[in-house]
Ligand binder design. Structure first.
Ligand SMILES: Nc1ncnc2c1ncn2[C@@H]1O[C@H](COP(=O)(O)OP(=O)(O)O)[C@@H](O)[C@H]1O
Ligand SMILES: [Mg+2]
Length: 271
């Protein structure tokens, strides 16, 4: 059988979810099709050249192990290692800069700036959100009034500034390569991790695919996180193209089966 090095952090503590349960489920299925070995990204170097494919999964925010992550990506490039996701994405794997780019390119994203000098590019609202450009898992995310925001005088480009969106709900679209597998939403705003199946419309698919197309990743799992505004529009919150948590255990059996079959297929097509 072909060999897969499956990178994850089984000990990562995420709010409201146990990432490792999903990894145990996925690798439990993969083992019937591939020789699979699990490994923390910290320990992967000496194994990387012995495998046919490296799968990068629930490692948590890479900000917590920046140097290790950067040298891993360097090795992927210099040693031509096959990875899933491939490291060609322009979204989360590069930080949150893409939100600024997409704002300027007029994509349907939460309008985003990275210096208070550009405040006029945002709508004039009561509340704003700031978050670190290289953040994840809500670390460093704050809600501020306009006055508080102005007092911070953020000008060094390391913090993103957005209007706080009073959304109806958040919804995520999960893709393997360019195929939409399923969508989940959080009907209760207070319980962001209590997800339910979301029945998307053609318009919703079109919205999500716009970002998948823009990013151009051929081999990988991506999650398009969006919010539904009070006037019914979808706006992009985040495009997770590095290691999106998949909520695989919350899916119905049929959706999960199709997802796993497509994932196995995607791996087989690469090796
Ligand atoms: N501009 C915003 N307005 C309202 N809520 C926001 C905004 N930005 C983020 N949030 C809330 O914070 C959560 C985490 O933000 P996100 O941008 O996805 O960062 P992270 O990388 O930490 O996941 C979102 O899912 C949403 O609930
Ligand atoms: Mg997020």
């Amino acid at each position: 059988m072909k060999k897969i090095l499956y990178l994850t952090d089984l000990y990562y503590q995420a709010k409201g979810r146990n990432y490792y349960e999903e990894d145990i489920y996925i690798t439990g299925k993969l083992k019937d099709y591939f020789d699979v070995v699990l490994c923390n990204p910290k320990n992967s170097e000496s194994f990387e050249r012995d495998v046919d494919l490296i799968v990068f999964r629930n490692t948590g925010g890479v900000r917590g192990f920046k140097d290790i992550y950067n040298s891993f990506v360097d090795r992927v490039k210099t040693n031509n290692l096959k990875t899933f996701n491939e490291f060609t994405g322009k979204a989360d794997m590069e930080g949150k800069q893409y939100l600024l780019d997409l704002t300027l390119e007029k994509y349907p994203v939460i309008p985003t700036i990275d210096t208070i000098k550009d405040i006029d590019l945002l709508p004039n609202v009561d509340k704003y959100v700031i978050k670190p450009k290289d953040g994840a898992d809500s670390i460093g995310l704050e809600f501020l009034t306009r006055n508080e925001l102005i007092e911070r005088n953020l000008t060094d480009g390391t913090t993103l500034i957005q209007p706080a969106i009073d959304f109806k709900y958040e919804v995520s679209f999960y893709f393997i390569n360019d195929k939409l597998e399923y969508a989940l939403y959080a009907p209760n705003k207070e319980q962001r991790w209590k997800l339910e199946k979301y029945n998307y419309t053609d318009e919703d698919i079109e919205f999500a695919q716009k970002f998948i197309k823009w990013n151009g990743i051929k081999n990988g799992i991506q999650r398009v996180d969006a919010c539904r505004t009070q006037d019914g529009k979808l706006l992009l919150v985040e495009l997770e193209d590095l290691n999106p948590y998949l909520s695989v255990l919350e899916l119905d059996e049929e959706t999960r089966k199709v997802f796993m079959a497509d994932l196995i297929n995607a791996f087989n097509n690469m090796i």
